[in-house]
Write a new protein. Sequence first.
Length: 442
Amino acid sequence: MSAAAPLPGGLIISAPASGTGKTTVTLGLLAAFRAQGLVVQPFKSGPDYIDPAFHSAASGRASVNLDTWAMPAPRIAALMQAAQGADLVLAEGSMGLFDGVAAKGETGIGASADLSGLTGWPVVLVLDVSGQAQSAAAVALGFAAMRPGLRLAGVVLNRVASPRHEALVRDGMAQAGITVFGALPRKASIELPERHLGLVQAEENPDLARILTEAGTFVAEHLDLAALRAAAQATPLPEAPARRSPPPGQRIALARDAAFSFVYPHLLADWHDQGAEILPFSPLADQGPADHADCCWLPGGYPELHAGALSAATRFRSTLARFAETRPVHGECGGYMAMGAALIDAAGTAHEMAGLLGHVTSYAKRRMHLGYRLATLRAAMPGLPAGSRLRGHEFHYSTIVTQPDMALADVVDATGTPVAETGSRRGHASGTYFHLIGQAST
């Protein structure tokens, strides 16, 4: 890695648990600082592939995932260079501040606290103070004391019921010596809609521009932006060579529409930076991969919401089948499901899929599959030889009903326990339920 200019200071917006409002606070801060004329670089701690699209819409800059379980320190340091030229970094945490897996991966357990320790970005804790007053200070104190060396910049009080309620909570924080950056009352008009894998995607929300503008104004009215910016810090990471994910081909046909949109931005950046050309197409528009492409990649998404349309997209399916006769096709999660023989929707209706692989998946009996995955390839997949060790993440509610094909990999979870979803392969076709984050170094 060549010498680079120092990066701006940053903050990690975290919380004691999911559902406290940290995404809304993060988006409001991105929009508010942007409205002040600042250039703010967003990041996302962990493997979430939905939040970064909202970050990008609010900030005007591509958000990047940083994952301490899946990424070695040099890889994180290299990805942090996305903040070059920015005035401030804001990273959104995942789940609760210390939440991660039970066994350490590349540089941590995937917790936002690990990322704070690595980068030096202090934590701003978003507290849902509904139903409590001075007791909220005990929560903040516990988080400040949980890990020696953790930098807790202060707290944002969320869902404050009244001025009297705010005063009582602030009194408790003052007694505990905790900085309060501001207090936010409830505001339903800036809440984002959700579905079973999280938030409805940014590109699907026609009201997003209004929500972001309103959230920025709301946050600017209630939080001390100057104090927040002053609290930002960073720790320079040592420069070291960072391994990038090899492109699966020189010309990559990439499915890209409302059914196939879950792909990590850093993977696309890796491919592009190594000279690959990405050729998007829309299966929902009945388009197939470009004939001059070297390979085809079907990302995850929501094929279960579009199963009927995908089944009726005969040109897409026939073109994909011809493509796979001579060139590799790989699918991840939703893309993997679309490559199978059939997809059974939540109502129990079976929809014919591309048939490049023989598995059948079903939403009729939903069961959540969630967690990090470490996979050792039994056979090559596009861009990666047999024996490669890959780190990824799996999150879906579908279940495999039948799986007649050869396994693609030996897969274990973060504790080393074998996982039944091994992916599969047939001819030039391959697929996995996990989303690739990068190659393992340990």
